[in-house]
Design a protein. Structure first.
Lengths: 533, 335
C-alpha cells in the first residue's frame, strides 16, 4: 500500500437537511416561483440535489416590491446600531452552521471541502462581522456626515464562490441601510437558499433580503426592474457589458466585478518554494474558477526552466477527486458548459503552438473534471494569454527586465489583480506602483480580507467591494445643506407615502430619532429627492 | 546504519561550491540560495497539517511512526538503570500487543552507550533490518561550547564505545558570526572522528538547533552547510531550547534535502526532535515528508523522530484502533 493513497476521508453529508424543492425567498417566506423549475446537480457526480424554482417577471416584481416595502417601513428607519445587531446575528449563525454550509457548497459547486471549510465559509462570517461593525459608523465611511442609503439593491452573483459572493454583496448593502433582491447563479443556488433559512433564524425583518432563483432571464429582469436603485453584478465581462448597456440612462448606481487575466510575476530573486506554492494557489485554487486567478505566469527568463520543473513536481502531488473528501485539492469543474469552454481554449492553445503539460491524475468516470494543466512556450499574442479561461489552466510567459514584466502584465484588457514575487521589498513597491490592477499581492496570492477593497480596472469592471470603499457602492453623500442638520432616517429611494406613514406611526427602528427632526426636515427630504417610483 | 565516506563528502562539497570551503566561498554560496518567505512557508506547512489520515492509512502511519522513533533520554540524572529501562521499552513498546514494531534507536549521552548496548544484546543493530541502533549525543551537547579537541574526543569515545549514530551540535555562535568555514571544518572533523578502526563510520546527525538560528533563511543555510560538510542527517534541535522542532522548520529542511537529492543524487536524512508529543502531530510530519521528498524517505535511515513521550501516545492510538475504545495512561508503560 502506498501511504500517499490516503484512505478516503469524506466529510459526512448527514449534517445537511436539504429539502426536495426550494421556492423563492420573498418577504421572509419561501414561495413557489411561477417560472419553469430547474434542477441543481452535483458537478462531481451529476446527481440531482434539489428542484429549484424559477422566478418569472411577476416574481421579480413581487421581490422588488417586498424589498421596497421593507426599505420604506423598516430598514431605512432602523438605527445603524440595530442594523448592526442583525448583521452580527447573521455572522454568528453562519459560524454556527459553518460545517453545513461548507458541505452544501462543495456538493453544489464542486469545490473541495477543504476550501469551502477553510476559506469560503470563514470569510463569509468575517464579511458579516466586518460590515456589522460599520453599520453605526457610516459617518466615517468617507462620504461626509449622514450619508444616505440608496434604496433597493439588485444583486446578481456568480457560481464560483456562491456564498462568499452573496456575503460580499449583502453585508455592505444591509449595513448601509439598503434592502436587497439577490439572484444566485443557476448552477449554485443551494447555499443562498440555506442562507435564507439563516435569515429566518436571525429574524431579519421580512423583505429586507429577498433571494430569487432562475437563469439569465431572471437576472436580466431583476437588473432592468424600474423599482431598483442599485445594481451590483459579479460575473463575466460579456454579461457585465450587457448590464451596463441595459441600465445606461437610468439613475441606477452600478458596480461591476468582471473577468480577469491576472499576471503573476516571478522575479529571479523570489523565494522559490513559496513562489511555486503561490503559483499553484494562484491558478489551481477553486479549479481556477476565480476571477482574480493568476492565470498568466510571467517568470523571469533566467529561472524559467527551474520554476516550471518545480511546478510540475508540485502539481504531481495535487489530489483531484471527490470534493467532499477532506484530502482533495482539486475538485470538479462547475458545469459541463464551463468544461467545454476550458477544453476549447486549451485546444486553441495547442493549435497556436504552445506546449501543454497535464498533471498525472485519474479522472473520475462521472461529473465534470479537468486535470491541472500548464502551457509553456506561450506568446503574448496567444489567445490563452489573452482570454479568461476560468479553469485550472496556467499560461507561462517569460520576461527579461522589470520594465518588460510591467509592460506585459498591463498588456491586457483586464485589470483585476496581479502578483509579485521577489525578496527585494523596494522592487515589489516599485513594480506594484506601475501595475494597473485593483488588487496586487506581494509574495502571496488569492488572499482576501473584508477590510481590503477589491475591484478592477478596465474590462474587469468598476466600483470596489470590501473595506470602507465597499460601503461607498451602497451610499450616497447627504444632500448639500443637510449633512450638518442631523441624521435623516430616510434614504434617497424612500417614497412619499412612507414619509406620511412615518409621521403617523413611527416604525420601531426609528424610535431613537430625535423629536427635533420634525416635519420640516421630512418635507425637505421629499422635496429634494422626490418619489422614486 | 553506517555513515558516508568523508573523502567523497569533501570532494563533493568542493565540486558544488566551486572552491575550498572557506568563509568567503561558503558565504557566497549560502547567501546565493533563494530566500524563504516565512508567511508562505508557514501557510504551506499548515496546509499539509490539514490532511485527514483515517482508517487504514492511520494504522499504517502509527506503525511507521514507531519504527522511526529515536527513543530518547538526555537528562543529567540518567543512570544505567534508567537507560536499561529505556532500552526495554524500545524493544517491547507495548507488552500487551506483540505486533507492535520496535523503535529505530535509543538516543543517550555518550557515557551511557555501553549500558544501552549491553541491554540491547542481540537486538542491537541496523533499524533497516528491524534491529535497534544506539545513538549518542556528542560535541559538548547541547551548547557545543567547547574546544574542537574536546568535541572530537567526546565523539571518538562514543564511537569507540559502540555508538552507531552520533548526534552532534553545530557551533551556533560561529554560524551567527558568519564563520561558515569554521562550522564546516568542525562538522567535517567530527565526521572524521566517527570513523571506526575497521574503516566503517558511525552515521552523523547534525543538530542545527533551529530555535537559536531563529530565521528560516538561517535554517536553510545551516542545512546546506551541514550537508555540504558531510552530515548524513540534519536534525532540528537538541530538545533543550524552545522552540524545538516545528512543522515549518522541518518542511524547510526537507526542501533542502529534496534539492540536494536533485542536485547530487544523494539522499540525506531529516530528524525533527523535541516537541512532537502526539500521534496527530507526528502524522502531520509523515504527510509532510511524503508530499515533499516522497514516500521513499519514510525509512529509518532517512527520517527519524527524536522523541520520548510520543511513543506512548502512538501506543494509545494503536490500542484504540485494535479495541475500538480509548484506554488511559496506565495502560501503557511509563518507560
Amino acid at each position: 500500500m502506498s501511504f500517499l493513497d490516503y484512505a478516503p476521508a469524506p466529510e459526512s453529508r448527514a449534517i445537511l437537511n436539504l429539502r426536495d424543492r426550494y421556492g423563492l425567498f420573498i418577504d421572509g417566506e419561501f414561495v413557489d416561483g411561477r417560472g419553469e423549475p430547474f434542477h441543481t446537480i452535483s458537478p462531481a457526480t451529476e446527481e440531482h440535489i434539489a428542484t429549484i424554482s424559477t422566478a418569472n417577471t411577476a416574481d421579480v416584481d413581487a421581490a422588488v416590491a417586498a424589498a421596497r416595502r421593507a426599505y420604506d417601513r423598516t430598514w431605512s428607519r432602523m438605527s445603524g446600531r440595530d442594523r448592526g445587531k442583525y448583521l452580527f446575528r447573521i455572522a454568528r449563525l453562519v459560524q454556527e452552521r459553518a460545517r453545513e454550509l461548507a458541505v452544501a457548497e462543495s456538493l453544489d459547486n464542486g469545490k473541495p471541502i477543504k476550501e469551502s471549510r477553510d476559506v469560503d465559509v470563514p470569510l463569509v462570517a468575517a464579511w458579516f462581522f466586518y460590515y456589522a461593525g460599520w453599520a453605526d459608523k457610516l459617518d466615517h465611511a468617507g462620504l461626509g456626515a449622514n450619508p444616505r442609503s440608496l434604496g433597493v439593491a439588485a444583486q446578481v452573483i456568480p457560481w464560483n464562490f456562491p456564498l462568499l459572493m452573496l456575503a460580499w454583496k449583502i453585508a455592505p448593502a444591509l449595513a448601509a441601510g439598503n434592502t436587497v433582491v439577490l439572484k444566485p447563479a443557476e448552477t449554485t443556488p443551494l447555499t443562498a437558499l440555506i442562507f435564507a433559512e439563516i435569515l429566518q433564524q436571525a429574524e431579519l425583518p421580512p423583505g429586507v433580503v429577498n433571494i430569487i432563483t432562475g437563469a439569465g432571464d431572471t437576472g436580466a429582469a431583476l437588473v432592468a426592474h424600474e423599482g431598483v436603485d442599485k445594481v451590483a453584478f459579479t460575473g463575466s465581462t460579456g454579461v457585465g457589458r450587457a448590464i451596463a448597456k441595459q441600465i445606461a440612462g437610468t439613475d441606477k448606481k452600478v458596480t461591476l466585478e468582471l473577468g480577469g487575466k491576472a499576471a503573476n510575476i516571478v522575479f529571479d530573486d523570489a523565494p522559490i518554494d513559496q513562489a511555486v506554492e503561490g503559483i499553484v494557489n494562484g491558478i489551481f485554487f477553486n479549479q481556477g474558477h476565480v476571477c482574480c486567478a493568476g492565470s498568466r505566469l510571467l517568470v523571469q527568463e533566467n529561472i524559467h526552466d527551474e520554476v516550471v520543473e518545480r511546478l510540475k513536481l508540485r502539481l504531481s502531488t495535487l489530489r483531484l477527486g471527490d470534493p467532499l473528501d477532506k484530502n482533495t485539492d482539486i475538485g470538479a469543474i462547475n458545469s459541463r458548459e464551463q468544461l467545454e469552454r476550458i477544453r476549447e481554449l486549451s485546444d486553441i492553445g495547442v493549435a497556436e503552438g504552445a506546449d501543454r503539460w497535464t498533471a498525472p491524475c485519474d479522472i473520475p468516470a462521472n461529473g465534470f473534471w479537468y486535470a491541472p494543466t500548464i502551457f509553456t512556450n506561450v506568446q503574448t499574442s496567444s489567445r490563452i494569454a489573452r482570454e479568461e479561461i476560468f479553469g485550472p489552466v496556467l499560461s507561462v510567459l517569460t520576461f527579461r527586465t522589470p520594465a518588460e514584466a510591467i509592460a506585459k502584465a498591463n498588456n491586457t484588457p483586464y485589470g483585476l489583480s496581479a502578483g509579485i514575487w521577489s525578496d527585494k521589498g523596494s522592487r515589489i513597491l516599485a513594480v506594484a506602483d506601475q501595475l494597473r490592477a485593483g488588487v496586487i499581492w506581494a509574495n502571496t496570492f488569492n488572499r482576501f480580507d473584508p477590510s481590503s477593497p477589491f475591484g478592477g480596472y478596465k474590462e474587469s469592471g468598476y466600483g470596489r467591494e470590501g473595506g470602507r470603499h465597499g460601503l461607498a457602492a451602497y451610499l450616497a453623500p447627504a444632500p448639500i445643506g443637510q449633512s450638518a442638520a442631523g441624521r435623516s432616517a430616510l434614504g434617497r429611494g424612500a417614497s412619499k407615502g412612507a414619509i406620511e406613514a412615518d409621521a403617523a406611526e413611527p416604525a420601531v427602528g426609528a424610535r431613537a430619532a430625535k423629536p427635533a427632526r420634525g416635519a420640516k426636515r421630512r418635507q425637505a427630504d421629499a422635496a429634494t429627492k422626490g418619489s422614486k417610483r | 546504519m553506517s555513515g558516508t565516506s568523508l573523502v567523497t563528502a569533501r570532494e563533493r562539497a568542493i565540486a558544488v561550491l566551486g572552491g575550498e570551503p572557506d568563509d568567503a566561498t561558503l558565504r557566497r554560496y549560502l547567501h546565493g540560495i533563494p530566500g524563504v518567505d516565512a508567511v508562505g512557508l508557514e501557510q504551506r506547512a499548515a496546509g499539509l497539517g490539514t490532511r485527514s489520515i483515517k482508517t487504514t492509512s492511520k494504522q499504517w502511519a502509527l506503525d511507521k511512526i514507531i519504527t522511526l522513533i529515536d527513543l530518547t533520554t538526555l537528562e543529567g540524572a540518567d543512570t544505567p538503570g534508567k537507560v536499561r529501562s529505556l532500552v526495554a521499552k524500545a524493544m517491547t513498546p507495548d507488552p500487551s500487543d506483540a505486533t507492535t514494531p520496535r523503535v529505530a534507536a535509543v538516543c543517550v549521552y555518550g557515557d551511557m552507550v555501553p549500558y544501552a548496548i549491553e541491554a540491547l544484546g542481540a537486538a542491537h543493530g541496523d533499524p533497516d533490518d528491524g534491529l535497534i541502533s544506539v545513538a549518542a549525543v556528542a560535541t559538548a551537547f547541547p551548547s557545543g561550547r567547547a574546544s574542537l579537541e574536546i568535541k572530537l574526543a567526546d565523539t571518538a569515545e562514543a564511537v569507540a564505545a559502540g555508538a552507531d549514530e552520533i548526534d552532534m551540535v553545530i557551533d551556533r555562535g560561529a554560524f551567527l558570526a558568519g564563520r561558515y568555514g569554521l562550522v564546516f571544518d568542525q562538522i567535517a572533523a567530527v565526521k572524521g572522528a566517527c570513523r571506526r578502526p575497521d574503516g566503517s563510520s558511525a552515521s552523523l546527525k547534525v543538530i542545527l538547533e533551529t530555535g537559536e538560528l531563529v530565521t528560516y533563511d538561517n535554517v536553510r543555510r545551516a542545512s546546506w552547510l551541514a550537508i555540504l560538510a558531510g552530515g548524513d542527517f540534519i536534525k532540528t534541535s537538541t530538545g533543550k531550547v524552545a522552540p524545538a522542532a516545528t512543522l515549518p522548520v522541518t518542511l524547510l529542511m526537507l526542501e533542502v534535502v529534496r534539492d540536494w537529492h536533485l542536485a547530487t543524487g544523494q539522499r540525506i536524512g531529516v530528524k525533527p526532535a523535541g516537541g512532537i508529543r502526539s500521534s496527530k502531530d507526528a502524522i502531520k510530519y509523515l504527510v509532510t515528508v511524503a508530499e515533499t521528498v516522497g514516500e521513499e524517505w519514510l525509512v529509518p535511515h532517512l527520517f527519524r523522530f527524536g522523541a520520548s513521550s510520543l511513543l506512548n501516545d502512538v501506543l494509545l492510538q494503536r490500542q484504540k484502533i485494535a479495541t475500538g475504545h480509548y484506554s488511559g495512561a496506565d495502560y501503557v508503560t511509563i518507560d
